[in-house]
Design a protein around this ligand. Structure first.
Ligand code: FAD
Length: 466
């Protein structure tokens, strides 16, 4: 426990009532730990909460939710703190931070993992790899499992094993009332439906139960091409992926080649395009599956080779440390028409920094074998989740980054499906959220009205209660 004084907006007597029920640290302005504790991944978000409650278990989360509600505090729930909109923090309100709840328990016989609500992907990859198993999730190991999962979860294994939500078996969730319930296909099935894509709207998830898959060593790495070859590459890529086996994934990228090994010096800092491949099927078939990939072009760099899955998951961590200034935009795509490629070529040459990028993540294959009405995630007909990310080192970089992502996005948006991926776009207002949930939106508003009628959990891609 770090302080005995109450911060602005919180009465000392009120805080005294929380302390006996809360085992984790309660951090307020003025505490030594406050500056570090208030930060989220995207430094563009610079907020000063009145209280940061670092939960250690479900009982702490229940106490914190009740406290926040009784005190009329705005509540921000933080898993890994990675959301580009900075939803994991709030000015003058209460942050319920699950960052100390990172436990993962693997059941190798059942091929499942129980994962606490503040775990990072690295926690899951480490625990599961020991048994030759993996969770289909995202591509940067520092990302929070909770936010990623609740928004859908897209990564190298999506085509093979589905979105992260397609591998979710149950969740323990603390509701706005402070009560804990379980959501699964059998219990609170409506809530379980909503959690699979509906984000943090319905409560605080303290633990997830996931299905795992046998994945250990995969074939992984990029093929890179000159930027002026992008039209040819994208035309080949869109046709190739349409018939590629599910166990092959490859996300397309416009990128700046990082000036570090294993990239050859001749390519350092060059603006290029490329595809980051991951083949997770039987390794004896890898070369045959990858043969057309290796022969197309040929690429300026073929960096594909065998890699243990946790190494794949950490390959890009160095590009995206916490504390950079980021601007995110997104769209769902069912095609990459020639007219869209023309627009990309207007903006991609101006990528503003090394980590700035444009990615097209494939979300077909196994993810298409779940129906749109079956989960809250509403884009089962999309083939790619696209993101445009501008990244800078200084706050003063932000206006230019935001201008680049916005004008880029506006130019390519007409070729998208309308909505975006909730985990890849910023705080863009209600219309964007409604547009993104499409026909599932009305059902989500009814479930929200049942579980969180007062919209206590609104720092998210917010679904308003019906
Ligand atoms: P937070 O900011 O902590 O939370 C995000 C949202 O979820 C907030 O609204 C929050 O209130 C809510 N939330 C968090 N924890 C809980 C909980 N326990 N219970 C209820 N609600 C909760 N996404 C992908 O799908 N695939 C990727 O490969 C991928 N790569 C990324 C790489 C980087 C560098 C970054 C910054 C993001 C990436 N994302 C990716 C996006 C990522 O999925 C979202 O940022 C996601 O919201 C992160 O979850 P978090 O718990 O870290 O975030």
């Amino acid at each position: 426990m770090s302080t005995v004084s109450a911060g602005p907006g919180i009465h000392e007597s009120a805080l005294a009532s929380l302390r006996p029920q809360f085992r984790g640290d309660l951090i307020q302005p003025g505490d030594a730990a406050y500056e570090a504790a208030r930060q989220v991944h995207n430094a563009a978000t610079d907020r000063h909460p009145a209280l940061i409650a670092q939960a250690t278990d479900t009982a702490d989360v229940m106490a914190a939710v009740r406290f926040g509600r009784e005190q009329g505090l705005t509540i921000a729930v933080r898993g890994g703190g990675h959301h580009g909109a900075g939803f994991g923090t709030v000015d003058d309100g209460l942050v319920i931070d699950l960052g100390a709840m990172r436990g993962v328990r693997v059941d190798p016989a059942a091929k499942t993992a129980r994962v606490e609500g503040g775990a990072r992907l690295s926690d899951v990859d480490h625990a599961t790899h020991a048994f030759g198993l993996a969770l289909a999730a995202g591509v940067i190991s520092t990302t929070g499992v909770a936010g990623l999962t609740l928004g859908a979860g897209v990564g190298h294994l999506t085509r093979h094993f589905g979105l992260t939500i397609d591998n979710l078996l149950e969740a323990d969730i603390v509701l706005a009332s402070g009560e804990l319930v379980r959501a699964s296909a059998e219990e609170n099935a409506d809530l379980f439906w909503a959690l699979r894509g509906g984000g943090g709207n319905f409560g605080v998830v303290t633990s997830f139960l996931f299905r795992l898959h046998p994945v250990s060593t995969v074939m992984f790495g990029p093929t890179l091409y000159e930027l002026d070859k992008a039209p040819e590459v994208l035309r080949w890529y869109r046709e190739f992926m349409a018939q590629a086996p599910d166990d092959l994934s490859g996300f397309f990228a416009f990128l700046v080649v990082p000036p570090v090994p294993p990239f050859p010096e001749a390519l350092h800092l060059r603006k290029m395009c490329g595809i980051v491949w991951c083949y997770s099927g039987p390794q004896e078939k890898a070369e045959a599956v990858l043969a057309p990939v290796r022969s197309f072009g040929p690429p300026a760099l073929d960096g594909i080779g065998p890699a243990p899955f946790p190494a794949v998951q950490t390959a890009f961590d160095g590009l995206y440390p916490a504390g950079q200034y980021m601007s995110w935009r997104s769209d769902m795509l069912d095609d990459i028409p020639d007219a869209a490629i023309e627009q990309h070529l207007r903006f991609a040459p101006d990528l503003p920094s090394v980590p700035s990028t444009v990615h097209f993540y494939p979300i077909d294959g196994a993810a298409h074998r779940v129906g749109t009405p079956d989960t809250a995630f509403s884009y089962r007909d999309a083939r790619w989740a696209m993101t445009i990310v501008g990244v800078g080192r200084e706050r003063s970089d932000l206006p230019a980054l935001r201008a680049w992502t916005k004008t880029y996005w506006e130019a390519v948006h007409p070729y998208g499906m309308g909505g975006g991926y909730v985990n890849f776009f910023g705080d863009e207002g209600q219309d964007r959220v409604r547009q993104t949930y499409r026909d599932n939106y009305d059902r989500l508003t009814r479930i929200k009205a049942h579980y969180d009628p007062d919209n206590l959990f609104h720092l998210n891609q917010n679904i308003r209660p019906a």
